[in-house]
Ligand binder design. Structure first.
Ligand SMILES: NC(=O)c1ccc[n+]([C@@H]2O[C@H](COP(=O)([O-])OP(=O)(O)OC[C@H]3O[C@@H](n4cnc5c(N)ncnc54)[C@H](OP(=O)(O)O)[C@@H]3O)[C@@H](O)[C@H]2O)c1
Length: 330
């Protein structure tokens, strides 16, 4: 049972966890924290949180569990703000998409609270943002990766593991650097391809015609280019090394493909496409047998709208960093 949960960043990821824990009946009080009063008020009106503040230090007061779900670029400042304000037994965890950078931040900032910090990453999401996009089933039958440190307190780790299991997730553990390499390839690279493709086409002459005749395949492939630009800028910057490496490798593959087409080497094209088709078919077959095989972050988690609030998320929520205020019913 969680007595008091502090959710710093009540968006898709933080809001969905709050909703799921409340649905499971395992949380007493939920305090939300963010910058814009509008998003916090919406969270309160939707029953996602019981009270709110714009100051992380106020949010974590008396909380026994703290969940950080702000964009990666805001993690360091958030950790700095809560450091020294935590209850001595409070467990802190996060949902950030990159683990190396937040672990470095936590090591630099958390001091004696470091053993009770459990880095985590739910492999679940959609291309939408804000509390309006959150829904309690987001984590059901999804993987959550925890990347504990050598000094992580086993009790804190067990508590976070149980929290995710309670909301229906399958929890596994991974080493921090390995997590960032795997996610660079399976999630961050596909997002770069979608953003890059749509941006390139949008800047081409005659792009209106290109978009007019684009069909379902284009829509499927580019859906994730509707994801939050701020979130993805932060992910790229936090995982720059692993992501640049995989992007360079993929660039070489594309150059080879272009050369093969230019040479008119149909046999080699057939070889590439057949290999890719078999790999994807096998992946889909494994996914049917075990839905947890998939590692889609925002990819593939397109929930039907009736499972959400139906509200368009994010719009007009992104005011400048607000000043501290006291905790308030929203
Ligand atoms: N979306 C996904 O598919 C997905 C999947 C797995 C993990 N993640 C990770 O989960 C985290 C949250 O992502 P999300 O999709 O939930 O994003 P989101 O829907 O945009 O929510 C982010 C929340 O953080 C608040 N926030 C934004 N900037 C802030 C700042 N500078 N200081 C304090 N609060 C701030 C936002 O509210 P205000 O704007 O009102 O402050 C909002 O409540 C990110 O670290 C992301 O990498 C995302």
């Amino acid at each position: 049972m969680i007595e008091r949960l502090a959710v710093i960043g009540v968006g898709l990821i933080g809001g969905s966890l709050a909703r799921a824990l409340r649905s499971a009946g395992v949380v007493g009080e939920i305090i939300g924290c963010g910058r814009s009063p509008a998003n916090l008020e919406l969270a309160f009106d939707l029953g996602v949180i019981d009270g709110c503040t714009r100051d992380p230090a106020v949010a974590v007061k008396d909380a026994d569990l703290v969940f950080l779900a702000v964009p990666m670029g805001a993690m360091r400042a958030t950790l700095e703000r809560i450091s020294g304000q935590l209850r001595p037994d409070a467990v802190v965890t996060d949902g950030g998409s990159v683990k190396g950078s937040i672990v470095a931040d936590a090591r630099a900032v958390l001091g004696p609270a470091l053993p009770r910090f459990v880095p985590g990453h739910p492999i679940a999401g959609t291309e939408r943002s804000g509390v309006g996009a959150s829904f309690p089933e987001l984590y059901q039958h999804r993987r959550v990766i925890l990347t504990p440190l050598p000094q992580t307190d086993p009790t804190a780790l067990a508590r976070v593991r149980l929290m995710w299991q309670t909301v229906g997730a399958e929890v596994s553990e991974m080493e921090v650097a390995h997590h960032d390499e795997v996610l660079a390839a399976t999630s961050h690279l596909p997002h770069m391809l979608a953003f890059g493709l749509v941006d390139a086409l949008a800047r081409m002459q005659g792009n209106e015609e290109i978009f007019r005749y684009a069909a379902g395949g284009f829509r499927d492939f580019t859906r994730i280019a509707s994801s939050s630009p701020i979130m993805w800028r932060d992910i790229c910057m936090a995982n720059a090394e692993a992501l640049s490496h995989v992007l360079e490798r993929f660039g070489e593959e594309l150059t080879d493909l272009a050369g093969t087409i230019r040479r008119g080497d149909g046999e080699h094209l057939l070889e590439i496409f057949s290999r890719a088709k078999s790999a994807r078919d096998a992946f889909i077959d494994r996914q049917i047998a075990d839905p947890l095989v998939a590692l889609p972050e925002p990819i593939g988690a397109d929930e039907p709208p009736d499972r959400r609030t139906g509200m368009e998320p994010g719009s007009g929520r992104s005011g400048p960093g607000g000043g501290a205020d006291d905790q308030m019913p929203c």
